[in-house]
Design a protein around this ligand. Sequence first.
Ligand SMILES: [Zn+2]
Length: 123
Amino acid sequence: MAGQGAAATTVLVEKNVNGEIIAKTCSICDEYKELEDFARDKRGFVGRAADCKACAKAIKDRWEAIGRADLEALYAEGLSEDEIAERYNVATTTVIVRRNQCGLNDPNATQVRLADRKHRRPW
Ligand SMILES: [Zn+2]
């Protein structure tokens, strides 16, 4: 995944006849959605989160699934990060970030975390 370069995060908007923004694209699924489909976020563009509620929930669910996983036991079984990622339907970087949060050996924690945030797609 590393080396893909930063994807441009272009937000497309739809306006009504009064020029008010009524819909925008989600930064993850790229679909046009009404503003109500985005959580409120004061710092966000037009006061809304960049990710739609459905995408945000999908991310949360996957994080929770991998968060509940007993990584130490999985590593003890001899599973690699790629295999664990496959089992939990997440990106390998997500497993690495999670491992770092668990305090399990971590030479590149900061680097991985930054890369993950930049790409905003942990799988
Ligand atoms: Zn979305």
